[in-house]
Design a protein around this ligand. Structure first.
Ligand SMILES: [Zn+2]
Length: 316
């Protein structure tokens, strides 16, 4: 993978004058551009230039060429008066999946670093969440964005745009599998989504990871010894059989479910989803910390990280 390093001010200027195009803005964003708040980070210290708005993409384009900001953000909300962040109209439903914050990793990345392995894991998480949004919640206008160090899912169906925080919070719980369902044996709905999420976590766990998550060594060993049998029970729709396994019991099973729901809650940043006034990195803009293009993804299955490398990095 091409090196990830900070872009210089000169490289930022080169990017916005030679590579950035307004056609790289998502259509759903272009159509509502004048209703959005824009925020800029000019120095790398955070997006503290807020309350900006642009009537046309050309105005935005001029601004980007002139200022070559360190980072560019746009609101997920539409406002009648974006420059005051007032008269809220509606907001996209968004999910932020950051490769550096995944609860279980196959790699040794620490701090803010990411590699192709954890990015791929983040991509898989984005895919299963979108699949649940589609099949269980009947949403259709689902867009994937590469954020630089992970993925954003942006949903623009009318039915979700007007939702408030409480409803958005319930959707996060549902798609990530954050609460234990009252009946784990139902064949449809949340019960099934939850079993899928448990199976997914179980597949990725081993004894050490269970201990890291707060399990005592002896119990972790017992549970992992039954891994295949447990996965089989979950896939047959009988998650609760696990507590009948030799030496496991109800208490250990409950503890296991608590660990799973906690790990699931770290799959997405729930704060981002429930915040209807959030700003998100603008697709088409440069993530200067890692020199990657934040961009719309047309085909998530065949997404290539090469496409996210800006020209100046290839030439340097
Ligand atoms: Zn990694």
């Amino acid at each position: 993978m091409q090196e990830m390093r900070e872009a210089t001010p000169e490289e930022r200027r080169q990017y916005y004058s030679e590579e950035w195009k307004k056609d790289d803005l998502p259509k759903f964003f272009l159509h509502t551009l004048s209703l959005r708040e824009f925020a800029f980070d000019h120095s790398g210290k955070g997006p503290n230039d807020r309350y900006n708005c642009f009537i046309t993409p050309e105005e935005l384009s001029d601004f980007l060429r002139k200022k070559a900001p360190y980072a560019v953000y746009g609101s997920v909300a539409l406002y009648e008066r974006p420059s005051q962040r007032r008269k809220w109209l509606k907001s996209e439903l968004v999910f932020d999946i950051d490769a550096k914050d995944l609860p279980i990793k196959r790699c040794d990345c620490t701090g803010g670093n990411v590699c192709e392995k954890c990015l791929d894991d983040a991509r898989q998480v984005a895919k299963i969440i979108a699949e649940t949004l589609r099949s269980e919640l009947a949403l259709h206008d689902i867009h994937f964005v590469y954020s630089g160090r992970g993925f954003h899912i942006r949903v623009t169906d009318d039915s979700v745009m007007s939702m408030g925080q409480a409803e958005r919070s319930q959707i996060v719980e549902y798609v990530a599998g954050i609460v234990v369902p009252s009946d784990m044996t139902l064949t449809l709905g949340y019960s099934r989504v939850f079993r899928k999420r448990v199976a997914r976590i179980f597949e990725q766990l081993d004894e050490k990871k269970l201990v890291d998550a707060g399990f005592r060594g002896r119990l972790a060993r017992k549970l992992m010894r039954e891994k295949e049998k447990a996965l089989d029970a979950i896939r047959r729709g009988h998650l609760e059989e696990i507590m009948e396994f030799d030496g496991i019991g109800r208490k250990t099973f409950r503890k296991f479910l608590n660990v799973v729901t906690r790990l699931n809650s770290e799959l997405v940043d729930g704060k981002v989803t429930i915040d209807t006034k959030r700003i998100l990195r603008l697709p088409s803009s440069l993530h200067s910390t890692v020199s990657r293009k934040c961009m719309m993804i047309r085909d998530i299955d065949n997404f290539s990280y090469d496409a996210t490398v800006p020209r100046f990095l290839l030439e340097s």
